[in-house]
Design a protein around this ligand. Structure first.
Ligand SMILES: NC(=O)c1ccc[n+]([C@@H]2O[C@H](COP(=O)([O-])OP(=O)(O)OC[C@H]3O[C@@H](n4cnc5c(N)ncnc54)[C@H](OP(=O)(O)O)[C@@H]3O)[C@@H](O)[C@H]2O)c1
Ligand SMILES: [Zn+2]
Length: 340
């Protein structure tokens, strides 16, 4: 039986293990992808630490996948063919028709939401099986390693910004310049917002400005809310950090009717209700997007020149690559390549 290299976690909190596994066969409605690259997203902690409800082990993480369709199971729509270069992101499937999906609550999909690298094995491997509903066609202009982070970090920030209600010329702040944030800064600037980057320390300032930020706030040496207020108040703060208090510290810098969009899966956050009442400020969570949203993200990135800044590691150095992401030192996304 032909085998492949894959990286699995066998128990919550367990190590990333490079193993040989049989090359899987696609079932109905799914394709097999020969994986070329997979980004390492901070949300992969939900797999490695077993934080997602109902996750089972062993599990292969990875939901920023780019590869080539290699085989198709039965009932796969004819538009998906062997040889096409495709991407797979976090959100792979929800039924769309049950009462909960029709209310927009697809986490509660009655037949079960499918999340890549959680509900089924993801892209830290030479091959993976993906439902056809999760596939985005990758434009020829995008190099493979550049396309990978767009499948989660990209679509999440692009989709949040385009649904944020901000208009060209509005002040939009991106809180956190990491994997998500460095793409958020670029999308915000390309969408025509006056873009503010907020990060800890001074060292990210030149890069943030290079990515399109017209203002930079060092949250360690200044109060981000006061600095945003000086700039007129933000229509939107796109919060990509992994720390709740860092998010709440920006709420006072929102303009009247301004919105804190919470992307980072951070711990608890405390907000003074007075800040919400006065000026009718709001807080809203944002959850990645569908495969069609990913295709829009890829197309916009080609059109506008948005590209991730990547540090590329071969699959076998996954433990080092994952630690690099967790250290917060990566500039800005760590991407695994398989050699395929
Ligand atoms: N909503 C969604 O659909 C969605 C999708 C993807 C990811 N996520 C979540 O988004 C978050 C970011 O993911 P990522 O891949 O961009 O992670 P990342 O590359 O590791 O970046 C982490 C960011 O968090 C900030 N940070 C870390 N520790 C902090 C602290 N103690 N105080 C303040 N800021 C801190 C860093 O800020 P500095 O820039 O200041 O160093 C950095 O910008 C994660 O929680 C991830 O699970 C959510
Ligand atoms: Zn992700």
């Amino acid at each position: 039986m032909p085998t492949m290299r894959a990286v699995q976690v066998s128990r919550p909190g367990g190590p990333l293990e490079l193993v040989e596994r049989p090359i899987p066969e696609p079932g109905p409605g799914s394709v097999r992808i020969q994986v070329q690259a997979c980004g390492i997203c901070h949300s992969d902690v939900m797999t490695t630490e077993g934080q997602w409800p109902g996750i089972t082990f062993p599990r292969v993480p990875g939901h920023e996948v780019i590869g080539v369709i290699d085989a198709a199971g039965k009932d796969v729509p004819a538009r998906w063919k062997a040889g096409q270069r495709v991407g797979v992101g976090w959100h792979a499937w929800h039924c769309g028709h049950c009462d909960n999906c029709r209310r927009g609550d697809y986490f509660a999909c009655q037949t079960g939401i499918q999340v890549t690298g959680i509900s089924f094995d993801g892209g830290y491997a030479e091959y993976m099986i993906a439902p056809a509903t999760s596939l985005a066609l990758v434009p020829a202009e995008l190099p493979t390693a550049d396309a990978a982070p767009l499948m989660c970090a990209g679509v999440t920030t692009f989709n949040a910004l385009r649904n944020s209600g901000a208009k060209p010329g509005d002040l939009v702040a991106v809180l956190g310049v990491g994997g998500l944030g460095h793409l958020g800064v670029q999308y915000a600037a390309k969408m025509g917002f006056r873009t503010v980057a907020i990060a800890r320390g001074k060292d990210k300032e030149p890069l943030a400005r290079q990515l399109g930020a017209s203002h930079y706030i060092d949250s360690q040496s200044a109060d981000p809310a006061a600095e945003l207020a000086k700039l007129g108040g933000a229509r939107v703060v796109l919060a990509t950090v992994t720390h709740g208090p860092a998010m709440s510290a920006t709420v006072g810098g929102l303009a009247p009717r301004g919105r804190l969009m919470v992307l980072g899966a951070a711990g608890p956050m405390e907000i003074d209700p007075i800040l919400l009442i006065m000026g009718r400020r709001s807080v809203e969570g944002w959850y990645s997007g569908t495969s069609l949203d990913s295709q829009d993200t890829l197309a916009f990135s080609v059109q506008s020149g948005v590209r991730p800044m990547n540090e590329v590691y071969p699959l076998e150095r996954v433990a080092e690559a994952y630690d690099r992401m967790m250290s917060g030192k990566a500039r800005f996304r760590v991407v695994l390549t398989t050699g395929n």
